[in-house]
Design a protein around this ligand. Structure first.
Ligand SMILES: *[C@@H]1O[C@H](CO)[C@@H](O)[C@H](O)[C@H]1NC(C)=O
Ligand SMILES: *[C@@H]1O[C@H](CO)[C@@H](O)[C@H](O)[C@H]1NC(C)=O
Ligand SMILES: *[C@@H]1O[C@H](CO)[C@@H](O)[C@H](O)[C@H]1NC(C)=O
Ligand SMILES: *[C@@H]1O[C@H](CO)[C@@H](O)[C@H](O)[C@H]1NC(C)=O
Length: 448
């Protein structure tokens, strides 16, 4: 190097190199002449920039300590079908570059400079659950302090794999993991740490989360297990992000309407069984419910079987069952009105037993019968068929309602009608019981 340089510039270069080499001795202090009235002289940092391809350490057996923290700034999407959580993070990484240092008192510059990150060595820290290639926006800067500490803030849109459990669907709460780890460096060359308290990260994230959408941030926890892969040991920090769905939207759009429809369906049992209105009413309800399900299908998670699907299916089956019950009772009444087969012996005695102690034979039986039944079928502006049925009906029905055991025992027709009504109220009670237990079960499951 000392060999003849043919021009004077060579002398200067030689001088600079020797200065740099000398500088390496006293911790790479950047000469204050690098900060002049024109700002920063790029030449002063050139030696640092030239080394950006290599991990900035003076002793390669010493690992680089990188402090990682983040702020969850938005929860963009939770995809239950693909089991993905898309979130926006503001990640801060801090590490030391021993080749950078200057004296902030002597130099006019402040003790912090921003440098385009393309010129610096950057730790290859990624979120391991991410399924997307990480794209940092171009032109990001990092702060370089006079002690060589580098602070690199960057936004990170992370689409990460998260084991989503949608069983409790609108009342669900998810726990997603974000693991920060170096993609390449083992514990021998990179150690991760945190300089912020977890509580601070959580609080800041809660304040910052911009989307007031479906999800709310509950809590962030962390764990720092090392990851063994073959013979390599990697340092990592795992953050557990707990988020909860805001269920109001689903309660209003799914649960309330279906509950109303089921309530109406239950109340429609009070329409008299002889009325030709009951079955069409239930069919209309069923149709309406199907249209409702079709419209609201998009709101349900596309995969898995959440409890709410079971609930909706349950409501549908309750409606179907109640329609079947109506058809059955109508059939029984029709049978009673046309050719009643003889009742089984035990049913006969049961009916007699049930009616005889409670009821007597009032003289004004027919009138009471009609008023007790509410709208008598004969008064309804119905089609001809039910009227025809009713035309044969009133006699036995009114007699049955009057509850005369004497006349009932003589006419199987009346017993049949009575039997149908008993069956109706029995099935209605069973229906109510089933409705109550199933809905209680669903609610209890949701609350656990
Ligand atoms: C900085 O470098 C200039 C030459 O480039 C030299 O004259 C000056 O003495 C140096 N200052 C310090 C503090 O090393
Ligand atoms: C490098 O660091 C290791 C461990 O700290 C130490 O044992 C070794 O002496 C250092 N080497 C030099 C050249 O400083
Ligand atoms: C990392 O954080 C710890 C405190 O948790 C601190 O002592 C250390 O200096 C920090 N290191 C860097 C490079 O920021
Ligand atoms: C999330 O899961 C991790 C590990 O599975 C657990 O340590 C943490 O407590 C969970 N967080 C919540 C809020 O359930």
């Amino acid at each position: 190097m000392e060999g003849g340089w043919p021009f004077r510039g060579g002398f200067l270069l030689c001088f600079t190199i020797s200065l740099l080499l000398q500088g390496r001795g006293d911790a790479f202090t950047i000469n204050c002449s690098g900060f002049d009235q024109h700002g920063v002289d790029p030449a002063a940092f050139q030696a640092v920039f030239d080394r950006k391809a290599f991990r900035p350490v003076t002793n390669f057996s010493v690992p680089t300590h990188v402090n990682v923290s983040f702020i969850l700034s938005a929860i963009l999407e939770v995809d239950a079908q693909l089991q993905l959580l898309t979130s926006l993070l503001w990640v801060t990484m801090m590490w030391d570059n021993p080749f950078i240092s200057w004296n902030p008192e002597e130099c006019i510059s402040s003790n912090k400079l921003s440098v385009l990150v393309e010129n610096l060595w950057l730790p290859d820290i990624l979120v391991m659950e991410s399924v997307d290639v990480d794209r940092a926006p171009p032109g990001l800067n990092a702060y370089v302090s006079s002690e060589g500490r580098i602070q690199y803030d960057r936004p990170m849109k992370v689409t990460s794999i998260c084991n989503l459990d949608i069983f409790y669907f609108p009342f669900d709460q998810q726990n997603c993991t974000l693991t920060f780890s170096s993609f390449l460096h083992t514990v021998d060359s990179m150690i991760l740490g945190m300089d912020k308290e977890l509580g601070m990260i959580t609080d800041t994230s809660r304040n910052v989360v911009q989307t007031q959408g479906e999800w709310e941030l509950l809590d962030i926890n962390k764990a720092t297990p090392k990851m063994q892969m073959g013979s390599n040991l990697y340092d990592q920090i795992m953050f557990y992000v707990a988020i909860r769905r805001r269920p109001t939207f689903y309660i209003i759009n799914l649960l309330v309407p279906s509950s109303f429809l089921v309530a109406i369906d239950a109340l429609s049992f009070y329409l008299p069984a002889e009325s030709e209105n009951r079955a069409p009413f239930k069919i209309t309800l069923l149709l309406g419910y199907n249209v409702f399900l079709l419209m609201m299908n998009d709101l349900l998670p596309a995969s898995g079987t959440p409890l709410i699907s079971v609930y909706l299916a349950l409501c549908l089956s309750l409606m179907v069952v109640s329609l079947l019950e109506t058809i059955f009772i109508t059939y029984l009444l029709h049978l009673a009105a046309t050719q009643p087969p003889p009742l089984p012996r035990w049913l006969h005695t049961l009916l007699l037993h049930r009616t005889s102690p409670r009821k007597c034979c009032p003289v004004v039986a027919p009138q009471r019968g009609n008023s007790g039944q509410g709208l008598g079928p004969a008064h309804l502006p119905g089609t001809k068929e039910p009227v025809e049925l009713v035309g044969k009906g009133p006699g036995p029905r009114e007699a049955e309602l009057s509850g005369c055991p004497g006349s009932a025992s003589t006419l199987p027709m009346r017993l049949w009608v009575q039997c149908s009504h008993m069956m109706d109220s029995l099935l209605f009670r069973l229906y109510l019981l089933f409705l109550a237990t199933s809905i209680t079960t669903v609610i209890v499951l949701w609350n656990t």
